[in-house]
Design a protein around this ligand. Structure first.
Ligand SMILES: [Zn+2]
Ligand SMILES: [Zn+2]
Length: 463
């Protein structure tokens, strides 16, 4: 991958820009994450990183598409807010009309560039590593939020499919990002675990994964049983690497707790993670509350609106709430019957209007919603309009790589600008502490080509 980046950079520096795919689309109607639209002389458009766009414009290959229409000054209220939101749809900026809440005491760049900002001692950073649903898109992974504190906590809440790629863009060394809190065992919340587990061999994470997760209505539906099955399913992967790295690389330490009890499930250096029951699909799911430095964050996981959630979320600093499209949108988008769409939004998930009610009742400093696939132009305006029926204060619609800095005095909401080809930060392994068990059969071993010998024969023949 590194070589590819170098080649791409070389091509650009040489002025060879044919590697940029201009599409046949007539207008910029697709999602262009963390990039900008540019149009060439034939009217074709491409979504490129800003530095590439600059080079292309300098060389006269294209012009920047001005897809940000100035907001009509005569607009007011909801109409104005929806217009402002539409400017940032697609990861260009954060999906909120209030990117700064409170008075900031330090300067922030417009975008968050991983590795370039230290946290102040009273500051935490929330990174949306996945904001979608089971339906994973390149522009939107399934559920995942990373919470970082100034004193070094890096806690992952859910690890849905596709989210590991987002986490890797942060370049956090493997041994410093090992704690995963699963809200429940739906694939869109834990489907990234095989990748997170398996990539350790390449990235040099030698500390085991510490997986926190709920019990289930039956023993075989709990997190411990899930990890036992996981290890059985990945036995070949495990054996193929045994003896090549310390065994801790492949270890998952499970911390299963009773889903039905509100209790502290993790505590370190003054930070606590409390689990409380969520109401979603069948028994087992939980929501989490994190308390650190006098601030509190709720990560709801998947749930429908319930008493536990309201009680634990009162006046929290950040309420990260799972919200689905409204029943009308679910029917329109997926062809669900009105009955099924209503059930999904009122008994399995939280509909936007109910989210507005939850925010009105709990009055968080910053409400954040996630779990809507943002592929359709009507989803955001519909959700926002429905939330606004009950709640007038700031709301953030999380997109992948939305970054929220929070201190007791203010919150700053931005998008990260990342290098999509960033590799995980590598940490060298410690001592290898186990022996390889499986080897090639002799007949496979014997079939391995002696490349040196073959090269010699080819070289000799050329003489
Ligand atoms: Zn779920
Ligand atoms: Zn889900």
């Amino acid at each position: 991958m590194k070589n590819f980046t170098i080649i791409a950079m070389l091509l650009l520096s040489l002025g060879v820009v044919s590697v940029i795919p201009f599409s046949d689309a007539a207008e910029a109607n697709q999602i262009c994450i963390d990039k900008v639209w540019i149009e060439n002389s034939k009217g074709k458009i491409a979504c490129v990183i800003p530095t590439t766009a600059d080079k292309l414009v300098q060389r006269g290959w294209g012009t920047l598409l001005d897809d940000v229409t100035p907001v009509d000054e005569s607009l007011t209220g909801l109409e104005k807010e929806l217009t402002l939101l539409s400017e940032h749809d697609g990861g260009v900026g954060p999906l909120t009309i209030t990117p700064i809440i409170g008075e900031t005491t330090k300067q922030y760049f417009e975008f968050y560039i991983p590795g370039t900002e230290e946290l102040d001692e009273n500051e935490m950073r929330i990174f949306a590593c996945g904001t979608g649903s089971p339906w994973v898109m390149i522009g939107q992974a399934a559920s995942c939020f990373l919470l970082q504190t100034a004193d070094g906590h890096n806690l992952i809440f859910d690890l849905g499919g596709g989210s590991v790629g987002n986490l890797n863009t942060l370049g956090i060394p493997g041994n410093e990002m090992t704690h995963v809190f699963a809200s429940h065992l739906h694939v869109d919340h834990i489907g990234g675990l095989p990748t997170f587990w398996g990539q350790a061999f390449m990235m040099g994470r030698s500390a085991p994964i510490e997986l926190y997760g709920p019990s289930g209505p039956d023993e075989h539906l709990g997190t411990s049983a899930f990890v036992d099955g996981f290890m059985e399913n990945w036995a070949w992967d495990l054996e193929s690497k045994r003896g090549e790295a310390p065994k801790s690389v492949h270890q998952i330490n499970v911390h299963e707790f009773d889903y039905s009890v509100t209790q502290v499930v993790y505590e370190k250096d003054g930070l606590t993670v409390t689990s409380f029951p969520a109401v979603h699909a069948i028994d087992g799911p939980v929501s989490y509350r994190i308390d650190w430095n006098g601030m509190s964050v709720i990560y709801s996981g998947d749930t429908t609106l319930n008493d536990f959630l309201l009680e634990n979320s009162m006046n929290v600093d950040v309420l990260i709430l799972q919200v689905s499209p409204s029943a009308e949108q679910m029917s329109r988008l997926f062809g669900f019957s009105p009955e099924l769409a209503t059930k999904l939004t009122s008994h399995v998930h939280i509909a936007p209007e109910a989210a507005g009610v939850a925010f009105y009742v709990t009055q968080p400093r910053l409400p954040v919603i996630f779990h809507m696939n943002l592929f359709d132009d009507e989803i955001v305006p519909d959700a926002y309009t429905n939330i606004r029926k009950y709640y007038d204060d700031p709301v953030v619609i999380a997109q992948d790589r939305t970054v929220i800095n929070v201190t007791p005095d203010y919150a700053v909401i931005r998008q990260a600008q990342v290098d999509p080809l960033t590799t995980p930060a590598y940490t060298p392994f410690g001592e290898i502490d186990e022996e390889k068990v499986y080897f090639f059969s002799d007949w496979l071993e014997e079939s391995i080509v002696d490349v040196e010998q073959l090269k010699q024969e080819i070289d000799d023949g050329k003489k």
